[in-house]
Design a protein around this ligand. Structure first.
Ligand SMILES: Nc1ncnc2c1ncn2[C@@H]1O[C@H](COP(=O)(O)OP(=O)(O)OP(=O)(O)O)[C@@H](O)[C@H]1O
Ligand SMILES: [Mg+2]
Length: 245
């Protein structure tokens, strides 16, 4: 059965797109069939990170309007045979409505084990279109109060959308920086304030930026890729402890 997971944050730039790509690759490595849908209309990015931009012709708006066949808008990611990606429209005006996205998902979900939805920052219509009808949510934060506030705002909307299964991902964690900033006493305080159970702690890793910008996040990126592997295990109910370094 296909599980639809929305990756959200409230605050922009916390790492939603990176997390979608990392989880997509990790799930595909486990032989799962995965579709990533980019719902960040006007600011699409997952195509760049996954290295499919040069081949892109159609996006989700084309697929739902019948401009192209649904399959033509789903691009297989090079080197990751089980991973497909569908781009967001280039222009914000072409944002697809929540109901059309849901119809699209209903039509293709039997072909996949997981559908990951990359949502735009903020709590506007783009977020609703991304989240509505999802089975579960992953909320990506950085260890700053503004980011945690974004998480709480998103939580309220997830309540309204009746998405109860939510887990927290802390991204770009740097231990020394975290304690030097002195904004929180420890990570438990961050988690308590976010009000969500932790499913992953991803370190700051400069290779993530370098590889993303080259469209090469699919290649082996060692330590951080291992973290995504363990998040994927936890998503599937396996009890893997979160290691805090
Ligand atoms: N763990 C990490 N270590 C280092 N850099 C990271 C990490 N995660 C993400 N980044 C970098 O942070 C920046 C923002 O990441 P990303 O685009 O994934 O965020 P986003 O939440 O999708 O942003 P937006 O809200 O604009 O869609 C990118 O340059 C990305 O490469
Ligand atoms: Mg993004």
């Amino acid at each position: 059965m296909c599980e639809v997971i929305v990756v959200a944050s409230g605050k922009g730039g916390t790492g939603k797109t990176t997390v979608c790509a990392g989880l997509g690759v990790a799930l595909a490595k486990e032989n799962k069939r995965v579709l990533i849908i980019d719902c960040d209309s006007g600011m699409r990015g997952i195509d760049m990170v996954l290295g499919i931009s040069d081949r892109l012709v159609y996006d989700i708006a084309d697929a739902v309007s019948g401009e192209c066949e649904r399959a033509d808008a789903m691009y297989q990611v090079d080197g990751v045979p089980q991973l497909y990606c569908i781009a967001a429209p280039l222009h914000a005006d072409d944002e697809v409505s929540p109901s059309l996205i849901r119809n699209f998902i209903d039509e293709v979900r039997d072909r996949f084990d997981y559908i990951l939805i990359d949502s735009p920052a903020g709590t506007g219509s783009g977020f609703i279109a991304a989240a509505k009808g999802a089975d579960r949510a992953l909320v990506v934060v950085n260890t700053e109060p503004i980011s945690i506030r974004g998480c709480r705002n998103i939580s309220r909307l997830l309540d309204e959308l009746d998405i109860k299964d939510r887990r927290l991902i802390i991204n770009r964690f740097e231990r020394d920086r975290f304690f030097k900033m002195g904004l929180y006493g420890d990570l438990d305080e961050v988690i308590d304030e976010a009000g969500m159970r932790l499913i992953g702690l991803i370190p700051e890793d400069i290779r993530v930026i370098a590889l993303s910008q080259r469209g090469a996040l699919t290649t082996n990126w060692s330590q951080t890729a291992v973290i995504f592997d363990s998040i994927v295990k936890r998503l599937q109910g396996v009890d893997v402890p979160v290691l805090i370094k």
